[in-house]
Design a binder for this molecule. Structure first.
Ligand code: PEP
Ligand code: MN
Length: 339
């Protein structure tokens, strides 16, 4: 439920409402607005209609409203304004669209530094690169691990680009948090609730990919796992879903962007690289995603896709990435955004 405090409610009155929620078994999340404080209370409300009554008679409380959706903290009911997330000197979720670019995997120092420099020059806002890779085969390259994280940190030092990198295993959290600016949760882990809770305990921004067979409702519940642990910095990412279609690696669900924009205040990124699986389709779908209202893009870029250890076929060469950036600018402007 949402407890709306009166404008001018005192600190003590707000604290009393929080304590009462605590006694009733709810977790209180405060949103302190300019005019008033709103408390999002999360817990199991089933069969306890008297709880809302108890709160509504407290001093300083204006009204108590139920949150109808099962995803409480992620819902627009909880927070009507879009959430903005700071990542070093970049901001996610405002009018300017950040573009995350880089290779699927960090392969070597030379590779990551060359790509980082090229994407920075083309106007990328952040650098991506996997140091821990979730591969379909246990025999495929699993990533450089800590060594990969260190190389990403070196690339950040040189280019100033914040780092986005995947976390696969809760045991790696401390190491990944030490180097990364944004923790990526991959599609294969989007419903790994133990991992979601772990990253929820950290305050680092999280880029949460949609699972390849998760509905939009399930996707929002994944985000809720992170939010409910106290991490408000969640960026959603549509990366394509499994359908009967085989001409592309996945079916990029463009619908999900306006649907999510309506249902949640969290920023929504688009990943047309994994969404299509072919470099030829990445630019058109990136532009389509911006037109549909995406808050940012994540794009795989490789200096030599033919020899890339992973996802070469869907990676843009740096020159093509620069073309994407040029083409994206007028599309963003056409929908009232900037890039
Ligand atoms: C990736 O970003 O390289 C990746 C593995 O993505 P996904 O989890 O969406 O498949
Ligand atoms: Mn990839």
């Amino acid at each position: 439920m949402i407890v709306v405090m009166k404008s001018g409610a005192s600190k003590e009155q707000i604290q009393k409402a929080v304590d009462t929620l605590d006694e009733l078994g709810y977790k209180a999340h405060l949103i302190e607005g300019v005019l008033r404080t709103v408390i999002g209370a999360v817990g199991d409300e089933r069969g306890k209609p008297q709880d809302a009554e108890t709160l509504s008679v407290l001093e300083g409380v204006e009204k108590v409203m139920p949150i109808l959706q099962p995803y409480k903290l992620a819902s627009r009911e909880f927070r009507t304004e879009p959430t903005e997330i700071k990542v070093r000197n970049a901001v996610v979720g405002n009018n300017k669209l950040p573009v995350i670019a880089g290779p699927c995997s960090v392969e070597s120092e030379e590779q990551i530094l060359e790509i980082a420099t090229a994407v920075k020059e083309a106007g990328a806002t952040m650098l991506r690169g996997g140091a821990y890779k979730p591969r379909t085969s246990p025999y495929a390259f699993q990533g450089l691990g800590i060594e990969g994280l260190k190389l990403l940190a070196k690339a950040r030092e040189i280019t100033g680009l914040p780092i986005v990198t995947e976390i696969l295993d809760p045991h790696d959290l401390d190491a990944v948090v030490e180097y990364a600016d944004v923790l990526q949760i991959g599609a294969r882990n989007s419903q790994n609730y133990a991992l979601l809770k772990q990253v929820g305990k950290s305050k680092k921004p999280v880029l949460l990919k949609r699972g390849m067979s998760t509905t939009i409702m399930e996707f929002l519940m994944c985000a809720e796992y992170i939010l409910s642990e106290g991490n408000e910095n969640v960026i959603l990412c549509e990366r394509g879903i499994r359908t009967f279609e085989t001409a592309t690696r996945n079916t990029f669900d463009l619908n999900a962007i306006p649907v999510l924009k309506e249902k949640t205040h969290l920023p929504i990124f688009a990943d047309p690289s994994h969404g299509t699986g072919y470099w030829q389709y990445v630019i058109p779908m990136a532009l389509a995603a911006i037109a549909a209202g995406a808050d940012g893009l994540i794009i795989e870029v490789h200096n030599n896709p033919a020899v890339a250890i992973s996802d070469g076929g869907q990676s843009l060469k740096p020159k093509k990435f620069a073309t994407l950036m040029e083409k994206a600018a007028p599309v963003a402007r056409a929908v009232g955004r900037d890039i």
